[in-house]
Design a protein around this ligand. Structure first.
Ligand SMILES: [Zn+2]
Ligand SMILES: [Zn+2]
Length: 261
């Protein structure tokens, strides 16, 4: 989880604001669409919480679910975590992408279909949402995490609508798999926050750019593989170039436009 990591790694006295409702920034169930990118949304959550409660440092996360960018048919969970420190003008963010998610929807026409599907998505350790329709549902029950409620709500919807629209509840407190991905993003965030600029010691010194151009092993032509990374200080602008970040000094000719067009 986020809190112990922030305390042990960054020596922050972290606490969760109870009952904080961030639905205004978008809901997974579509009643409220997210307007900004996930990173910008996490930033807005930070600023909003600081305004509301009068703090000058906040950490927020924002998740997205959908097809994995490289493994197209598999669902993935992308999490952003942002730390904003107004007093020190810090804005540090990190991202984690994982295929470890139970993100799924189903239309069930019997109670058996519903219970079988529920088992597949790790119910009851992971909660479920039932509704009468996929979008603009007239009736929706969230956070179902026990069999008794699942059966009673399921039967009610079947009687009323003839089918049940079921989906996994992706809100972090209802989804332990998601918490793990947020934790991974938070680990990256704390590491980044502890990485200091070699010139001015400002926190958050990290890779900001990847430059292509690793030469082909056969002909030496620059390829689209990464030649070097650039880290740039957010405060003083100091840049550090690191060549061959993947410990490879030449590219596979398979990626060369000349040798393998
Ligand atoms: Zn610097
Ligand atoms: Zn080549």
């Amino acid at each position: 989880m986020i809190q112990p990591l922030l305390e042990s790694q960054l020596y922050l006295n972290a606490f969760v604001i109870a009952g904080l409702d961030t639905d205004q920034f978008g809901t997974f169930t579509g009643e409220i669409q997210r307007k900004d990118t996930p990173l910008e949304t996490a930033r807005k959550k930070c600023r909003w919480a600081m305004d509301q409660f009068g703090f000058d440092l906040a950490v927020a996360s924002e998740g997205s679910f959908g097809p994995h960018p490289a493994a197209f048919l598999l669902p993935s969970d992308e999490e952003w975590v942002v730390l904003i420190d107004q007093k020190n003008q810090l804005d540090i963010f990190a991202r984690a992408l994982s295929l470890e998610t139970n993100f799924q929807q189903a239309i069930c026409r019997t109670i058996e279909e519903l219970t079988q599907w529920a088992e597949k998505v790790y119910f009851p350790s992971h909660a479920i949402i039932l509704s009468s329709h996929d979008v603009s549902a007239s009736e929706i029950v969230k956070g179902i995490n026990n069999t008794q409620t699942l059966l009673s709500v399921g039967r009610k919807f079947l009687d009323k609508y003839g089918l049940i629209y079921a989906q996994t509840d992706m809100r972090a407190m209802y989804n332990p798999m998601r918490l793990k991905v947020i934790e991974a993003a938070t680990k990256t965030l704390t590491k980044k926050a502890l990485s200091l600029c070699p010139v001015c010691q400002w926190p958050g010194f990290d890779v900001t750019e990847y430059q292509e151009g690793l030469p082909c092993a056969w002909c030496g032509t620059p390829t689209q593989e990464i030649l070097c990374t650039v880290s740039e200080c957010l405060k003083c602008g100091h840049q550090l170039l690191k060549h061959f970040p993947n410990q490879k000094t030449v590219a596979n000719p398979g990626y060369c436009n000349y040798c393998n067009p």
